[in-house]
Design a protein. Sequence first.
Lengths: 225, 227, 258
Amino acid sequence: MPAIDIHDRPALLEARRLAYARNEEPIFGPLDFALHEGEVVLIEGDNGAGKTTLLRVLSGLLEPTSGEILLDGAPLTLAKLSHQVALLGHQPGLKGDLTALENLRFAAGLGGVRAGISPTTALAGVGLEGYSDVPTRQLSAGQKKRVALARVLLAPVGLWLLDEPYANLDLDGIKLVNRLLELHARRGGAALITSHGAYAFTSGTPRRIPLRGTLRETVGEGDVA
Amino acid sequence: MKSGSTTAACIALLRRDLTLIWRRRGDALNPILFALIVVALFPLALGPEPENLRRIAAGVVFVALLLSGLLALDTLFRGDYEDGSLEQLVLSPHPLALLLACKITVHWLTTALPLLVVAPLLAEMLNLPHAVFPVLLAALALATPLLSLIGGVCVALTVGMRRSGMLLALLVLPLYVPVLIFGAGACNAAQAGFPFLAPLLWLGAGLVLALVLAPLACAAALKISLS
Amino acid sequence: MNALTLWFHKIGSPPTFYRIAGAFAPWLFVVALVLGTIALYGGLFVAPRDYQQGDAYRIIFVHVPCAWMGLFAYIFLAVNAFIALVWRIKLSEILAMASAPVGAAFTFITLVSGSLWGKPMWGTYWTWDARLTSELVLLFLYLGVIGLYHAIEDRRQAARAASFLALIGIVNVPIVHFSVNWWNTLHQGSTVRLMGESHITGAMVWPLLVMALATHIWFFASVLARTRVGLLELEGGKDWAREVALADAPRETVTAHG
């Protein structure tokens, strides 16, 4: 498997002294890290450690209290970011009254579609082939998560920000997430995922960033090449 | 790998919202029923003498539609906020103001347009002279989109608050006052035989301004609320 | 230019502003009270009777300055709101939110005093003329800003949302005034008009101006006092706020900390 030389170009996403506080209570930071193409980084922390907030800051929804974020070496703006990032937030972002396929079609219309994939194939890709006509509100939490993953899969972006992608999923679902991450990284994409469990990312261990107040990044056991 | 065009995105959004409303089309009757009840209360409170009712007819219809719209305003963003779709709209690569304008348009089509259709019935219940009907409809056609646009900005500020009904009313009513004055005023002027074009033109001017500015303000307000 | 911006930065820092405001506010209150008393004395006893309204007109010495302050406070609020939204300066956020209740109070006094004046003037406590109606809408705008500010948990987000509302509202006030004016011309039945062009003689002017000065000073004193509280609320976790709290603490606590 050809290794992508990750040190050739500027990092896809870089955070410098990034910190966020709400009502003067520090939520996380100062944090420094860089994410390159082909990498998957795991942000760990207990509940309330600020993982979700960090992802929302990185996605441009929140403004950091201090520090800066660089996208491809240039300062971040929401406009630039929206073309390059897909966020899987706490809620699946799906309308209950629409079927899974309709939800994906809407996402395709809103955000565009990666080459070589369609809403139908994305749905099949997450193992929900027979469920295209089921109203989303009738799906289980795990199935809704899979539809949300399909949405991320469809997006023509290089950077995935996934908040608790393993939540609500069974063993098959966890394997699915790992497989999708692997494929994405191999394509040259990058992903930042949060989790409070210790789920194995099969193709090597992802670089880990612990979030416990004000710790800096510790480099883990190696990068995905 | 490139994102779709903005037009495609707007069409997708319009389609989605219309589909959602269609799937719950029973709910669309609620604003109409509310307006009917409000209008019916006035003769019950003031007595059935046609002369009394005739004098207040246009104003009451306007207020009934205004209050109806106010109640319906909450549904503009609540559903999307609760399931995370609103965030996805903010994060999409297209101008948020344009997307919100699409949402407000669908909201107006499905809450205010039915009220416009019912307005002649409401006016008839209060003995409004038939000659004033066209002016009433013109005024409502100009005022209701204006109310939706202004309301949209205020709802964006309170999105996600539980029990925001009273606060929303407090925020929105001072902004509704000029619209009500010009709208109902045009009808009253027509009823009294005075020239009524000026207030309608003012409403029109306000509408044009709001069409341009309100979506932008709504987007800014939403970004503040979601932060 | 550099010295000026440096001075602004220094003033804008919460601990500095807290100290300066604390030094000025009490004195400003005293001055305002003194001036206000002088103005009231002048208005109630020294100024001559109006040949039309007798003594009833004397309420303008309260009503008019409060009306001016209601509008001034809103402009102060709007300017700070703008700075807070564009440059995200903490102090501006707090100044804006501090001025809202004060402005609302002045507007309320304007409405009540106007209403009390209405009885001897027009025989009614309330009338829907342009100025009173716009004043009422202004009060609702203030209440909306205050309500929104208190409805949001995150203090800074709350200040930004309320500031945004204030800016929308300030556009609305002249529009409302204009529309109500038009509406009054429409309903020609109303013969009520306020004093008309005020031809107010010299002897009546000075208490009015002194009261205007007094209310301005009171406004600033009040805003400074409220801002101090707001700063402590917002910066509660910081060192300087802790020092302030400890400085005011009773003796035993201080020795316990060594």
